[in-house]
Design a protein around this ligand. Structure first.
Ligand code: HEC
Length: 272
């Protein structure tokens, strides 16, 4: 039999547990990002995007970051890449198709070189969110004051080198003219000259120096979209299946509900 104190203890413990669960999220939200984040809308049905994302990942990221909770086989099967093609183009070490996606980088060496160990990225889309990753990868910029010569807008003083600079080009901070935004969120227009936007100077914005990157701005955006989409998939490979199962379960419950209602009516029909 439960005593009153036993119940009190339990309630107290529950309260403490809820508080402990809340603390990390409070700390997380306290690290404010001073950057106008661009939205990211994932699409797990876009297989070409996911395939390109994986191609970019193994070429530019896997040297430092493992995806050690994910296997090559499961990934390429979902992405619709035949095993021979994957082994030839996506698995660079002597790993097998059934292996986990690990990196050859030693954590100790990485810590010494970059000041921080590159974390495993299997779950990063869950811990950071797709939007954060998308903006993080787009906002590396030159900063001679930093040891590696680069900084980042959404991860200030980051220890990661700008590995995509060859594609994006050299990005620098600059003051640029941007359309002034009204209180309703729309761009402000000149009251005298129809159609003319009112602009204001904004400093700390990022611009790519002309001719320094292999990709155009649009191509780079698309590449980062694909890479982020891929990381979003890896963080929860069964997401699509889960959604499909969810729909079936709801349909099943609706049909079951109808039969239960009819049965209930049948039982009670002679009772007045
Ligand atoms: C040369 C090694 C190296 C390469 C290559 C590299 N990174 Fe990193 N990355 C790092 C290091 C080191 C950190 C940790 C930075 C810190 O904590 O200051 C990091 C951090 C990150 C983080 C933040 C993780 C977190 O939650 O804190 C993400 C996301 C990330 N990298 C994505 C990528 C992607 C995507 C690529 C490929 C385009 C890539 N990295 C390539 C070294 C690397």
């Amino acid at each position: 039999m439960q005593t009153r104190t036993g119940q009190g203890d339990r309630a107290m413990r529950k309260l403490l547990m809820i508080m402990m669960l809340c603390v990390p999220s409070l700390v997380w939200s306290a690290t404010e990002i001073n950057w106008d984040m661009e939205a990211f809308d994932p699409n797990l049905k876009d297989k070409p995007s996911l395939q390109n994302g994986m191609r970019l990942y193994v070429n530019f990221c896997l040297g430092c970051h493992s995806l050690k909770f994910q296997r090559y086989e499961r990934t390429v099967d979902f992405l619709g890449i035949p095993h021979e093609v994957a082994l030839e183009n996506l698995v660079f070490s002597d790993q097998k198709i059934g292996d986990l996606i690990t990196t050859a980088m030693s954590p100790e060496g990485a810590k010494a070189w970059f000041g921080a160990t590159p974390p495993d990225l299997t779950q990063v889309a869950k811990t950071r969110g797709g939007e954060w990753i998308y903006n993080y990868l787009k906002t590396f910029y030159s900063d001679p004051a930093r040891p590696l010569g680069v900084n980042n807008k959404v991860f200030p003083n980051v220890g990661m080198p700008n590995v995509l600079a060859g594609l994006q080009g050299v990005q620098v901070e600059a003051c640029v003219q941007r359309p002034k935004i009204a209180e309703n969120g729309g761009e402000m227009r000149d009251p005298l000259i129809p159609g003319l936007a009112i602009t204001e100077e904004k400093c700390g914005e990022l611009v790519v120096e002309d001719g320094t990157g292999l990709y155009s701005a649009q191509e780079f955006d698309d590449a980062i979209y694909d890479l982020t989409n891929f990381l979003y998939y890896v963080a929860e490979p069964t997401r699509l299946e889960r959604h499909r199962t969810g729909v079936f379960v709801i349909l099943f419950l609706i049909i079951l509900g109808c039969f239960t209602y009819l049965l209930n009516r049948e039982y009670w029909k002679d009772v007045h």
